[in-house]
Design a binder for this molecule. Structure first.
Ligand SMILES: CC(C)(COP(=O)(O)OP(=O)(O)OC[C@H]1O[C@@H](n2cnc3c(N)ncnc32)[C@H](O)[C@@H]1OP(=O)(O)O)[C@@H](O)C(=O)NCCC(=O)NCCS
Length: 209
């Protein structure tokens, strides 16, 4: 299996310790014990990250999109888009990029973006990229992890030649609708996300890089 093209990992705060990378998900201990926080690291995902990404994404997806509980449609959708098979496929697909945010090697969030992706409401002549997914585990939200992932995606997309980055957000995802304008994104209109024959209203957000 081919991993996503590696980029150098980025340490957001100064490093105190370095540890051997492990491929399994370890239980949280450091913050519970009141130990000073290690730096946040943002790096390209590898095939070894697939299980942790899939599990975190399933949790965040259900928290965000299944406020009334899990229906069979939602269960199929979550399996289809962030199940282990889907994430494993994405990590071996060179046309999509996945970044992970980790602290002490615990996965806290990730971003997936697609160079060259277009949206029908946007000018097709402007080189663009799509931020497909930006997920931070609930316990770690409000600490700057989402915006740090976002900044790194924007920097990489600009280096790859994109002039704009766009994304869509569900109209009932109030936190995301607040978050993106604060990150410099403009609401460019309404769009639909359809699965299992049902369409869901989304907003299209765009930023010039
Ligand atoms: C939307 C989402 C990605 C934001 O991620 P996040 O890590 O919470 O984002 P940040 O911490 O960078 O910013 C969130 C807020 O915390 C504030 N913040 C950031 N660092 C902070 C800090 N150290 N102390 C206090 N507040 C802080 C930011 O100013 C921001 O406020 P604002 O939204 O009013 O502008 C996250 O909530 C998430 O994953 N939600 C569920 C999935 C989702 O909806 N994804 C988007 C789909 S379109």
């Amino acid at each position: 299996m081919k991993a996503v093209a590696a980029t150098s990992s980025r340490t957001i705060r100064s490093s105190k310790t370095s540890r051997t990378r492990r491929s399994w998900c370890r239980p949280e201990t450091s913050r519970a014990q009141g130990v000073a926080m290690s730096p946040l690291v943002i790096r390209a995902a590898t095939a070894e990250d697939a299980l942790c990404i899939s599990v975190l994404a399933t949790q965040v997806f259900l928290d965000t999109y299944a406020p009334r509980g899990v229906s069979a449609q939602i269960a199929r959708e979550v399996q289809g888009v962030v199940g282990l098979d889907a994430v494993t496929r994405e990590l071996s697909d060179a046309s999509v990029k996945v970044l992970v945010a980790t602290r002490d090697e615990f996965l806290l969030g990730f971003a997936k973006w697609t160079p060259g992706a277009r949206h029908e409401l946007l000018d097709a002549t402007t080189p663009a990229a799509e931020l497909d997914r930006l997920y931070v585990q609930e316990a770690s939200t409000g600490q700057g992890i989402g915006s740090a992932l976002m900044r790194e995606v924007e920097a990489q997309a600009a280096r790859a030649g994109a002039a704009t980055l766009w994304l869509t957000a569900w109209v009932h995802n109030e936190r995301a609708l607040r978050f993106y304008p604060r990150q410099g994104y403009t609401d460019a209109g309404g769009t639909l996300y359809t699965y299992e024959g049902v369409s869901h209203d989304n907003r299209l957000f765009v930023k010039t890089l």
